[in-house]
Design a protein around this ligand. Structure first.
Ligand SMILES: [Mg+2]
Length: 299
């Protein structure tokens, strides 16, 4: 029996700027045809899983249902419902966050909430001031994900939930607690949806600070794809390293199809093996100076 399961990041792994990346539709079709368990995991707390089904259908990926998605909003709701089931919340966020909290029976409270919960979105100055006031009065600050900024186009970004949480941390002097990637609880809950053990799951993502870090820290295999924010030469900057590096999900699909019924997860491909060798040399040799256009996406 094939025991493998996959967690997949979305932005810059299966699409970029509303364009599917090569191999994405074929990879999903392969997973569906072979009954391979997979879940898309995203730090974007704004959409609901139902929204994401529609988004991917418009991009050309059919056959998905809400159970194929797990968002940082769902992770936030799961965490609070599990650790403090009688809590209430004042929410700065969009439909994905509100509906996840509603599904977990966490009521809205603008008088004396247990938590102020921050997600993606552009709340009014009045609402931010209200959140500040409630935190001053004792509400704990929780954020759906630590991303300071999110890519919109190749040269355009927007503020992320982490930036708004940082604003409230500065104004109140209280530290936020962050769910979503790389918090291991995100990977723990997403993995449970696959009905697989941790070592049987591979996380596929493009961002070292979230996708790869969280997977490695919980003991999952982590496949870095180079279709997003990380270049091969960036890896030298990180303490943790992906299990394998691939050019994109098209190469991942080729690896999976190539291994047939083998129980082996796709570890290093030819290029990834080469990358590993290069990395070993780079760690111990010169550190080339490079321009770095943006700091890391998260803290
Ligand atoms: Mg991504």
């Amino acid at each position: 029996m094939n025991r493998k399961g996959y967690l997949l990041d979305m932005d810059r792994v299966i699409y970029r700027e509303n364009q599917l990346l090569p191999g994405a539709a074929e990879l999903v079709a392969h997973f569906l045809k072979t009954a391979t368990p997979f879940v898309f995991v995203t730090n974007n707390s704004a959409p609901t899983p139902e929204d994401l089904v529609v988004k991917l259908r418009h991009l050309g990926v059919d056959g998905l249902s809400p159970r194929h998605f797990y968002t940082s909003a769902q992770n936030t709701a799961d965490f609070l419902a599990e650790t403090n089931p009688r809590c209430t919340a004042f929410v700065l966020g969009e439909a994905g966050l509100s509906s996840a909290l509603n599904n977990s029976k966490i009521p809205n409270d603008s008088i004396h909430p247990t938590y102020v919960i921050v997600g993606e979105g552009s709340p009014s100055a009045e609402k931010i001031a209200k959140a500040h006031e409630l935190i001053e009065k004792g509400a704990k600050l929780v954020c759906s994900n630590p991303d300071y900024w999110c890519p919109v186009k190749s040269t355009v970004t927007r503020p992320g939930a982490g930036a708004l949480a940082a604003y409230l941390e500065a104004s109140t002097g209280r530290r936020a607690y962050y769910l979503g990637k790389p918090n291991p609880y995100m990977f723990f809950r997403a993995r449970r949806l696959l009905h697989r053990q941790t070592h049987e799951v591979m996380m596929v993502g493009d961002t070292m600070e979230t996708d790869i870090r969280g997977a490695i820290e919980i003991g999952m295999q982590a496949c870095l794809v180079l279709t997003g924010s990380t270049r091969l030469e960036d890896l030298v900057d990180y303490v943790y390293q992906p299990t394998c590096v691939m050019s994109g999900v098209d190469q991942l699909l080729a690896e999976i199809e190539g291994e047939g019924s083998s129980a082996r997860l796709p570890v290093s491909s030819g290029s990834a093996s080469a990358a590993g060798g290069q990395l070993g040399e780079r760690h111990h040799s010169e550190h080339p100076l490079r321009s770095r256009p943006r700091p890391a996406m998260t803290r």
